[in-house]
Write a protein that binds this ligand. Structure first.
Ligand SMILES: *Cc1c(COP(=O)(O)O)cnc(C)c1O
Ligand SMILES: [Zn+2]
Length: 414
């Protein structure tokens, strides 16, 4: 399968650039660059029939992905995640058909594997000697894993209070790990200022063209899993917005390839009350989102005070007739609980935000009973045991030498 990549195009000023060298943002206006393809040629090869015989991972869509030489298509099992029915939650929320795209099943436990798998593969193809990333945690661990696979040194910069599992993963993958006294944007500043002294390529979200291409495969996969149609609504916990932006781009490409029609799902952005720059800009009718001061939430992936792709996220919400809303930390942890108890899914706090937001939108009437709704369950709860009490006082302790009646009595108290 060949890639039909042709060039890069600025999503803001429409200037075009060759795609054959490492590049960050638009040299003309500093906004987000999009990869462009010969979609007509790709469509002849990427037919539903041809796809049926390809492996169920994201490289099945290689025609509209940017890695040209198959040798550079790194894989550790990213993509091909299940689209699960969630009948108990659907029933509880008042939806006839609620679906969950379980992205926590990706390598490194989140959908970041899709974006970073793509960005690292392409950076290696274009000759990067080392890679750097500022991250809230999941992106760093995904980047570190793919960099290890590619044999390229990785430099990761994360807030000091990043969840422990993510720090451990980065170390395990052999990355150079640095903690920053601040948030992801402060980590970005560190990587930017130190950058000129090192020979690394910075894969910050939407500041190079290819992470979005990896995340776009969530949209293609979803459409293929539904039998080449879109759902009525997508509920997405949003930080930097790469996933929303990537899926929105995917839908446009699939329409141009004749694989779907003009209908689009309502794109619904969920952010945390303590860090909601996109929701605030949406409500104010603005096309750009200002910096959110004193960002704070337990959902590390949503603690993104400023997003370079703000205008692309806001366009997708508005053009799709979607909406944007916030949930509190207590609510998003309730969402984690709901997914676990009703559906047997242990999800990350970011994903928890999408579950509880879906319930809220059902209550408000924005989502109706016959809407087919897809929750993007973006990460695994396995990385977040810090948020679930497991200390010595969290569980009754049983004495293996106690009498049967005493054991029975102790067990009956829970
Ligand atoms: C990064 C992250 C998000 C936010 O994703 P964006 O596409 O950057 O908006 C949501 N959930 C989890 C688990 C994440 O790691
Ligand atoms: Zn531009």
């Amino acid at each position: 399968m060949r890639s039909y990549l042709t060039h890069l195009e600025c999503s803001n000023c429409a200037a075009t650039f060759p795609a054959d060298r490492l590049i960050t943002t638009c040299p003309a206006c500093a906004k987000v660059l999009y990869a462009r393809y010969d979609l007509a040629a790709a469509a002849r090869e990427m037919t539903p029939e041809a796809l049926a015989s390809r492996p169920w991972n994201l490289w099945r869509y290689a025609g509209i992905l940017p890695v040209v030489d198959p040798v550079h298509r790194l894989t550790i099992g990213e993509g091909g995640t299940p689209l699960l029915e969630a009948p108990a939650l659907g029933n509880a929320f008042g939806l006839d058909r609620l679906l969950v795209k379980d992205e926590g099943q990706n390598p490194t436990g989140s959908f970041k594997a899709r974006g970073l798998g793509m960005a690292v593969s392409r950076a290696k193809e274009l000759g990067a000697n080392a890679l750097a990333i500022p991250s809230a945690g999941n992106a760093a661990s995904a980047m570190a894993a793919y960099a290890a696979r590619a044999g390229i040194p990785a430099y990761v910069f994360m807030p000091a209070d990043t969840p422990a599992v993510m720090k451990a993963e980065c170390r395990a993958y052999g990355a150079h790990v640095f903690l920053v006294d601040g948030l992801i944007n402060d980590a970005g500043k560190v990587a930017r200022e130190a950058g000129p002294h090192f020979d690394w390529f910075d894969v910050s979200t939407l500041k190079e063209p290819y992470r979005a291409e990896g995340k776009k495969t969530m949209g293609i996969e979803l459409v293929e899993q539904l039998g080449w149609r879109v759902p009525d609504a997508i509920v997405y916990p949003t930080g930097g917005g790469t996933g929303i932006v990537g899926m929105w781009k995917a839908f446009a490409e699939l329409e141009e390839m004749g694989l779907i029609g003009p209908r689009r799902p309502k794109m619904i952005v969920v952010q945390a009350e303590g860090c909601a720059p996109i929701v605030r800009a949406y409500e104010a009718g603005e096309r750009h989102a200002g910096l959110w001061d004193h960002a704070s939430t337990v959902a590390a992936g949503l603690r993104v005070p400023v997003a370079i792709g703000d205008y692309l996220i806001l366009d997708a919400i508005r053009e799709s007739g979607g909406t944007a809303l916030t949930v509190s930390d207590a609510e998003l942890m309730e969402g984690v609980d709901l997914a676990a108890v009703h559906e047997g899914l242990f999800v990350s706090p970011e994903a928890g935000a999408a579950y509880v937001a879906t319930r809220r939108l059902c209550e408000s009437g924005f989502l109706e009973r016959d809407d087919e709704v897809v929750i993007f369950s973006t990460g695994s709860g396995m990385k977040h045991t810090e948020l679930i009490p497991t200390g010595s006082d969290a569980f009754p302790i049983l004495n293996p030498n106690a009498s049967a009646p005493d054991l029975a009595a102790a067990i009956s108290t829970v």
